[in-house]
Ligand binder design. Structure first.
Ligand SMILES: O=C(O)CCC(=O)C(=O)O
Length: 286
């Protein structure tokens, strides 16, 4: 018996590689999270940058709460069973009238995980729609194996390496994921997806949470994750503690160590590392 998804939503996920919209909090709760983010940004003088955009749930309890949101985790359990880790989180912030975009890609390309049992809950903290650079995907492409990608390091590409699929993508089949604040989409790690820039007058903010069953392992180095449900009998990841205060110095140090280690994984085989560049606005999705 599924916990929150209907059988039809579960079937859609496995058939298309993506299911949406699923409401996991009210619009007012999503707005409150946006306000907390923007209060921090006002205090620190501008948009969240560099490694602060990654694994931010280790720095802010109000994001740790989103990662542990029971409706989200129920949905992940409906797909991947009761023992679950949050492997990572990434903010995808597209500023108003800004050229930032996300090229067509599969998340699995550089993550170093040993199997494609990985699902992203993309949490809309603002509306996300055709007018402000919503994500689009090509249904069914998650059933393909890993597709070759090329690194472009394109200036406005939000991905770590500006990587893009090295073959033609049949965009005639594209489906746009339109979401209201407080809704999520769930997408498979092998799904071909991307998003255009945001020409609108407001920011488009998504918080992407990457969940795995505890049986998944990292093959490209030591790694850590947060246990969000059940128990971990595999011990493939160091288990992360939960923050109780914003930017707690102990957690800031831990977060730095973890994101530096993750950068080694994401950028293996290349000299360029924009992930930890304090001025980078990249989101490091793959
Ligand atoms: O936020 C976007 O537009 C793209 C997000 C993405 O690529 C991802 O969550 O994997």
């Amino acid at each position: 018996m599924p916990k929150i998804l209907t059988q039809s939503q579960i079937d859609t996920f496995w058939r298309d590689g993506c299911v949406f919209p699923i409401r996991v909090m009210s619009a007012a709760q999503a707005l409150e999270i946006r306000e907390r983010l923007e209060a921090f940004e006002r205090k620190t003088g501008g948009p969240l940058k560099g490694d602060l955009r990654h694994k931010s749930h280790l720095l802010f309890p109000w994001l740790d709460e989103v990662v542990h949101n029971s409706k989200i985790i129920d949905a992940i359990e409906d797909l991947y069973g009761p023992n679950l880790l949050c492997w990572s989180t990434n903010f995808f912030i597209k500023e108003a009238a800004n050229p930032a975009f996300v090229s067509w890609h599969q998340d699995s390309t550089y993550w170093g995980l040993n199997k494609p049992d990985v699902v992203t809950a993309w949490v809309a903290l603002t509306s996300s729609n055709k007018a402000n650079g919503a994500m689009g995907f090509i249904p069914g492409t998650h059933t393909a194996d890993q597709i070759p990608h090329r690194d472009t390091f394109a200036k406005h590409n939000l991905l770590t390496r500006g990587q893009e699929i090295a073959v033609d993508v049949d965009t005639s089949k594209e489906v746009t994921i339109e979401l209201e604040p407080g809704e999520i989409s769930l997408h498979h790690v092998r799904l071909v997806h991307g998003s255009p820039s945001n020409p609108s007058g407001d920011r488009r903010i998504g918080f992407a949470i990457r969940y795995i069953p505890t049986s998944v392992a990292q093959v490209a180095g030591r790694d850590s994750a947060t246990l969000v449900r059940g128990s971990d009998q595999f011990h493939h990841f160091d288990l992360e503690p939960r923050p109780t205060a914003d930017m707690d110095p102990e957690f800031v140090a831990l977060h730095k160590e973890i994101t530096e280690r993750n950068a080694q994984i994401l950028y293996r085989g290349t000299q360029v590392k924009t992930y930890n560049d304090p001025d980078a606005l990249r989101d490091g999705a793959a």
